[in-house]
Ligand binder design. Structure first.
Ligand code: HEC
Ligand code: HEC
Length: 288
């Protein structure tokens, strides 16, 4: 190698490399870049010493401050538990009515109730609790078993036809299957039931159906079909249907009976969770 070549144009030394007549200048690295580079090296060494860094055969170097993100999470969870325990205890000690009147407890109960609902209830009642045929809509103010806080809480605790000793139980007989009514009578009473919510049917059938209704249905559904929450007998005059208001569906309810099943939650969910659920369901719109 001879003497370093100086580029005519810039006056800078070249590296001696040349491609297609283009020569590479030997500029020094910018100072800011070099310093950043050195500082990163120093920082990395410091980091290895202070923080957990190197995997070992079993375990890892813990670093002088012994930081652990897992420990931090555990600590945060403990803190959150401690912050919540005041509310959890408050809910356990308060009556449903007291929870509803205390804005702080109410907020906490609604948030807890909403999340417990999405885990335990939404598979049947739907995300927004709007239900589907056979699965009660919990947003409206039509209640099979009553919409007071206590009634809702009881439904959640013991379920409906759940097999629990305290379960809510009401029977919708299978009138045609059991041969209590003929198909024709079931058809007539169906026309009568539909007339209660304003669907006009054949006048003769409706009149005959009214008689069938008076003999077979009023005990549970009450005169005019307004229902009885003691027995879970729905209001069948309000155009809100559990199973559906198509003629064929109503006829099927009458002919084959219905027996919706809602599990009991006592023993499966903590009492405080059931309270939060009751308050949440009550708040959905139709609470009485
Ligand atoms: C396996 C399906 C299923 C699950 C899970 C379920 N339910 Fe139900 N629920 C039903 C059915 C079916 C009915 C209607 C029963 C009937 O026909 O009387 C019902 C009725 C109700 C009622 C009574 C509505 C009324 O009009 O009186 C309430 C309140 C209720 N459910 C709340 C809940 C809550 C809260 C949960 C979660 C903890 C839940 N349900 C989970 C199926 C379910
Ligand atoms: C022993 C009480 C009882 C008697 C008697 C009875 N029902 Fe019911 N009925 C119920 C109950 C309880 C339900 C709700 C079943 C359920 O939730 O699964 C019901 C549900 C229904 C439904 C479904 C309502 C909906 O919203 O989808 C119709 C329709 C109905 N009954 C009509 C009749 C007619 C018509 C008669 C007389 C021929 C009658 N019921 C007699 C208790 C009774």
């Amino acid at each position: 190698m001879g003497q370093a070549e100086i580029d005519d144009h810039s006056g800078t030394e070249t590296t001696g490399h040349e491609w297609d007549g283009i020569k590479e200048l030997n500029n020094p690295l910018p100072r800011w870049w070099l310093w950043t580079f050195y500082i990163s090296i120093v920082w990395a060494i410091g980091y290895w010493i202070v923080m957990p860094a190197w995997p070992l055969i079993s375990g890892y170097t813990t670093g002088v401050i012994g930081y652990s993100s897992r420990a931090t999470v555990v600590e945060r969870i403990e803190e959150a538990r401690a912050a919540q325990s005041k509310f959890v205890q408050g809910i356990a000690a308060a009556s449903l009515e007291e929870i509803r009147k205390d804005p702080e407890l109410l907020d906490f109960a609604l948030a807890g109730g909403r999340s417990a609902f999405s885990v335990n209830c939404s598979q049947c009642h739907g995300r927004g609790a709007a239900g589907s045929p056979g699965y009660a809509n919990l947003n409206d103010d039509a209640w099979l078993w009553g919409g007071s806080l206590d009634a809702i809480s009881r439904t959640i605790q013991y379920g409906i036809r759940s097999g629990h000793d305290e379960t809510r139980f009401g029977d919708m007989p299978a009138f045609v299957t059991d041969e209590t009514l003929t198909r024709a009578q079931a058809g007539d009473v169906t026309d009568y039931v539909l007339s209660l919510s304003g669907t006009a049917g054949d006048a003769g059938a409706v009149a005959r159906g009214a008689e069938v209704f008076a003999e077979n249905c009023v005990d549970c559904h009450q005169p005019g079909g307004t229902g009885n929450p003691e027995l879970g007998a729905p209001n069948i005059a309000d155009s809100i249907w559990l199973y559906g208001g198509e003629r064929a569906t109503v006829l099927e309810s009458v002919a084959k009976g219905r027996a919706g099943n809602m599990p009991a939650w006592t023993g499966r969910l903590a009492p405080a969770t059931i309270k939060q659920l009751a308050v949440y369901v009550h708040s959905l719109g139709g609470g009485q």
